[in-house]
Design a protein around this ligand. Structure first.
Ligand code: AMP
Length: 215
């Protein structure tokens, strides 16, 4: 089963994708994570990607679609893909259709996490992750059980994303509204969109997504 998790920055796509990986053995394909790897490299592309990400703008469709194509080439048909943060434009949505067809796959569900935009800035600016295992935390909503120690792997190092500041978040939301939200009607016409209340608790959102996958 291949699905898209759609929603503005901070809607909980990454958190839910990780849970789907753990519970259902699916694979998370996050173009944001792939680009964070790319920007680490001291190359022209790395620097270009870093500049775009720090501004909150979008990296070129060709670059992100090529990354998705490459990842799907490594995956057997039995492993479901969770597209997280992709597609983000109409061109990417078209490219994804072509890529899936090429790999003999098809999109089963587009799950839209609906959230109150005012809450997103607080959600995003407070979030941090374990530097070792990537477990997600939040200053207000999800502190580690023992202060400064990752619940999952015991590491004491944490990190924050450089683009999780208020100014960049506002630009990322504008990009979502202007370029990503308009791809929804095309999926609606195919009857594969389900909306989930992304303001509910992490557990409740997971249950709602599980119910959709169970059909
Ligand atoms: P994310 O981790 O999904 O919030 O993505 C972080 C940043 O990476 C975005 O603000 C964009 O600059 C870039 N990015 C991630 N995915 C895409 C995509 N599908 N298309 C264009 N840019 C992307």
């Amino acid at each position: 089963m291949d699905i898209i998790l759609l929603g503005p920055p901070g809607a909980g796509k990454g958190t839910q994708a990780q849970r789907l990986v753990e519970h259902h053995g699916m694979r998370q394909l996050s173009t944001g994570d792939m680009l964070r790897e790319t920007r680490k490299a001291d190359t022209e592309l790395g620097r270009k990607v870093a500049g775009i990400m720090d501004s909150g703008g979008l990296v070129s469709d060709e670059i992100v679609s090529a990354m998705i194509d490459a990842k799907l080439s490594d995956m057997g048909p039995e492993v479901g893909a969770i597209f997280d943060g992709y597609p983000r434009t109409a061109a990417q949505a078209d490219q994804l259709d072509e890529i899936l067809a090429k790999h003999g796959r098809q999109l089963d569900h587009v799950i839209e996490l609906e959230v109150d935009e005012d809450a997103l800035v607080e959600r995003i600016t407070g979030r941090f992750t374990c530097a070792k295992c990537g477990e997600g935390y939040h200053d207000v909503f999800k502190q580690p059980k023992q202060e400064g120690v990752c619940d999952k792997c015991g590491s004491t190092e944490f990190k924050r994303r450089p683009d999780d500041n208020e100014e960049t978040v506002r630009t990322r939301m504008q990009e979502y509204r202007g370029k990503t939200a308009p791809i929804l009607p095309g999926y609606e016409a195919r009857n594969i969109v389900t909306r989930v209340d992304g303001m509910a608790s992490i557990e409740d959102v997971t249950h709602a997504i599980d119910a959709i996958l169970a059909g």
